[in-house]
Design a protein around this ligand. Structure first.
Ligand SMILES: C[S@@+](CC[C@H](N)C(=O)[O-])C[C@H]1O[C@@H](n2cnc3c(N)ncnc32)[C@H](O)[C@@H]1O
Length: 252
């Protein structure tokens, strides 16, 4: 068989160059480009929003597989929640050397931002080992641990952090009440907590009511629960899905 022939009986008579010409003439160039984009985006996008209701092993696997491309994809999609959440923390006065917990640190975007803003003592926890490897390698954290936020209690003493962030993670933690109580427990009185919640889950999980109930019980003071803000504007799967930010001061 010559180098240009296709294997297999039905195609044996067709020369590869002839077949390519037939395919190219049948599909206009601009349409072929659109098809390529769709196929490429489907591999990542179509499962991301739905992953919120998956089991912990599937979530960890998904983020393990995605870890190497995560920062690039999130940048492409216009993700800035990590920076906004850090701004909220700064606005409520956290000492630069104070111990901070980044709950669900992933590959370390929040830690990187905190370090750039002069915060020196950040611990990161996440369930994805591959994401943690990258976060550890970047050097923005004093400690990086594998922790499942859905399995309370968190492996930290009461009042041992001065601030806590949890950015882009509560989608995966259906018990908003339980995890929020844990956040309030590990942060010392006067400390700040900066959280995000996806706008669809903000409604279905009654997130605002849950957070305000903790304030009614005296665990924390609500400093702000924002309206909807853009979340992943460049990701079509998130059309119509925004993000809410919550900022709290823990009571004594
Ligand atoms: C969208 S990423 C956000 C990562 C980082 N906070 C950021 O802003 O880039 C969601 C992260 O939550 C982590 N995660 C999901 N469920 C978790 C759980 N039960 N415990 C700890 N981390 C979890 C995932 O592994 C992933 O790294």
């Amino acid at each position: 068989m010559g180098g240009n022939e296709l294997p297999g009986t039905p195609w044996a008579a067709l020369n590869r160059t002839v077949l390519e010409q037939i395919l190219e003439s049948a599909v206009p160039d601009d349409y072929r480009c659109r098809m390529d984009v769709d196929v490429e985006q489907r591999t990542t996008d179509e499962t991301l929003a739905g992953l919120a209701t998956s089991g912990i092993d599937d979530i960890a696997d998904y983020y393990d597989q995605w870890a190497a491309g995560y920062n690039r994809d999130l940048t492409d999609w216009g993700y800035d929640a990590y920076a906004v959440a850090v701004e909220h923390l700064k606005a409520h006065g956290v000492d630069h050397n104070a111990p901070i917990l980044d709950a669900g640190c992933g590959t370390g975007l929040v830690g990187r931002r905190l370090q750039a803003e002069g915060f020196t003592t950040v611990t990161g926890v996440d369930v994805s080992e591959q994401s943690l490897k990258l976060a550890r390698a970047e050097g923005h954290y004093v400690d990086v641990l594998q922790v499942d936020l859905t399995q309370p209690p968190l492996p930290f003493d009461d009042d041992c952090f001065s601030a806590l962030l949890c950015v882009g993670v509560l989608s995966y933690v259906s018990d908003v009440d339980g995890v929020s109580r844990e956040f309030a427990r590990v942060v010392a009185p006067g400390g700040a907590v900066s959280l995000t919640q996806r706008s669809d889950l903000f409604v279905t999980r009654s997130t605002s009511e849950v957070w305000r109930t903790l304030a009614d019980e005296g665990l924390w003071e609500v400093l702000d629960i924002t309206d909807r803000r853009p979340y992943l504007p460049g990701n079509r799967e998130f059309d119509g899905i925004d993000v809410h930010y919550g900022v709290f001061r823990v009571n004594g």
